[in-house]
Write a protein that binds this ligand. Sequence first.
Ligand code: PEP
Ligand code: MN
Length: 392
Amino acid sequence: LQSTAKQLRSINYSNQHPKTTTMQFQPVFPPHKRPILIAGPCSAETEEQVLTTAHGLKGFQPDLFRAGIWKPRTRPGAFEGIGVPGLAWLRRVKEETGMKTTTEVANAQHVYECLKYGVDVLWIGARTTVNPFSVQEIADALAGTDMPVIVKNPVNPDYKLWVGAIERLYKVGLRRIAAIHRGFSTYGDSKYRNVPRWQMAIDLMEEFPGLEVICDISHICGRRDILAETAQKAYDLNFNGLMVEVHPTPDTAWSDAAQQITPEQFGQMTGALIQRKATSDDPDYQLKIENFRQQIDEFDEEIIHLIAQRMQMVREIGYVKKDKNIAIFQPERWRALADACRRRAEKNELSREFISLFLEAIHQEGINQQEKVMNDGVVTTIAPAGDLWIND
Ligand code: PEP
Ligand code: MN
């Protein structure tokens, strides 16, 4: 199943198994036992709102206080950030609470202003990571400094863009670099605002063992009712910490109101998180795990066998169609098949996201197999757009 998982991954992600980097990072956060916490409002709105949030958070000891000063908004007309005056408020946060501060930069001017006002850590937002010109501009503006920078994943699930941004910063001499996983844009129904596709963050951790990877649960969830479960999930996946949007009166926030929580709720949520151990020496535990793993290995073998049998049928159909010179494009059949699978999957507690990826992979392999059959014959077809391809 491992190689199937890798193939599934390669549909959207890196196209190759991550290797381990030779880059040597330095920690952005001084090492301590508990996970890293970054908290603060989506946007700095007023001096009072910024300071009230900071004083409310201080007791929960976040490693960094965040607030967006320049806000990249998807649609015009929304609050686009308070700009430079907000930097003085962040400086006051530091003076009054001792907390270090961080904000998003999207160009060289932002960088210079932050350096001038003593912002401690910068982050590159998802809408900037997608653009190598902007990332390079930020990297060049920081060359010769030792500023820590955290790189959010790009809005689209492009692993190489994420890595490319990290490399651009590294190449100008920066070493204190970390990453933030904030999920990926999606079109259509999802319980998340930005679907997590956890595997991509896991790939990043594997490729860059020295890199701190933080999970921005607020932008993944987009709603406060699933924040706690997502935070626990991030802990269980060994993220180094969390970024959380916190506001004194979340419902009245000028941006991202639905996903923000109060400082008290932040304290409660982070206090309730369970940090799990990597393993245990208990023989009872080991026996149970061994037993389950054995069964999983057997299921995996069966799954591979069934998929191979399915592909054999796909090839048989290819031969029959080729014989009668029939096109392989049959959208109704594919739609019916996909719907039936999704319904069955839902009944069996498999997520829509997983089953869609799975079907896509099966579909692609079917196409490849039938192409082999078709290519040395008379039948040629032109591929229609994405979803409508049919191979059986
Ligand atoms: C943010 O952190 O406020 C923000 C705009 O996030 P992202 O770049 O992840 O959308
Ligand atoms: Mn936000």
